[in-house]
Unconditional design. Structure first.
Length: 208
């Protein structure tokens, strides 16, 4: 059982997730909710008194529009023609990550496809975070980004770096160029030869 919530403490937005194994009949959402609300209250109180609560980007609040992006370079390496949410009739809404990226002047592109008349699945995703080198270092330090598969890509300069991480579902490539962090993710449902296809996509994007 999982509870998710968000609190605004000063200028800091904090997401909280609690997971509990349902080890007894008493472990119901209704029983857990009061304790989870108490947890949210403690998080808000602690963060509000920290330095992070007074940090402000100075940017206007983000709109719910997804960043305009081009699916053509992904189409070249996939087995399914992709489209952006704005090109199709869909109720797709911006997720929290989109707001977070916009607040630091980042860009997020999510390409979707519908191969069998069902709700569109995410086929490819691209995000860019200018001046995101410090964010990447933090994620490398705590193990949330794996850089074991270093790549030598056309379009990278001296001091740049790129690495690929793959599992049974998708491959992703992280690129660090001049302090900007770019992240590419391509699902195997779209490109079965994902390991090679995502490299071609990244190189095409670097050359654009």
């Amino acid at each position: 059982m999982q509870c998710q919530g968000g609190v605004l403490a000063g200028d800091a937005w904090v997401d909280v997730t609690a997971v509990r194994a349902q080890d007894s009949a008493a472990a119901t959402p209704e029983a857990v909710l009061p304790a989870f609300r108490t947890l949210l209250g403690h998080v808000q109180q602690d963060v509000a008194g920290s330095a992070g609560a007074s940090v402000s980007t100075g940017h206007a609040a983000a709109s719910s529009r997804l960043t305009v992006c081009d699916s053509s370079r992904v189409d070249d390496v996939s087995d399914v023609d992709l489209s952006t949410p704005s090109d199709v009739a869909t109720d797709t809404a911006a997720e929290l990550v989109d707001f977070a990226m916009h607040r630091v002047e980042g860009a997020v592109c999510v390409f979707r496809y519908d191969g069998s008349g069902r709700y569109p699945l995410t086929g490819a995703a691209y995000s860019e975070l200018p001046d995101g080198g410090w964010v990447l270092e933090q994620r490398l330090g705590n193990g949330t980004v794996d850089r074991s598969g270093r790549l030598d890509l056309d379009g990278l300069e001296s001091g740049d770096a790129a690495w690929r991480t793959c599992d049974d579902m998708l491959c992703s490539v992280d690129v660090l160029r001049d302090g900007t962090w770019e992240h590419f993710a391509l699902w195997r449902a779209v490109a079965p030869d994902t390991t090679s296809a995502i490299v071609r996509w990244v190189e095409a994007s670097l050359a654009a």
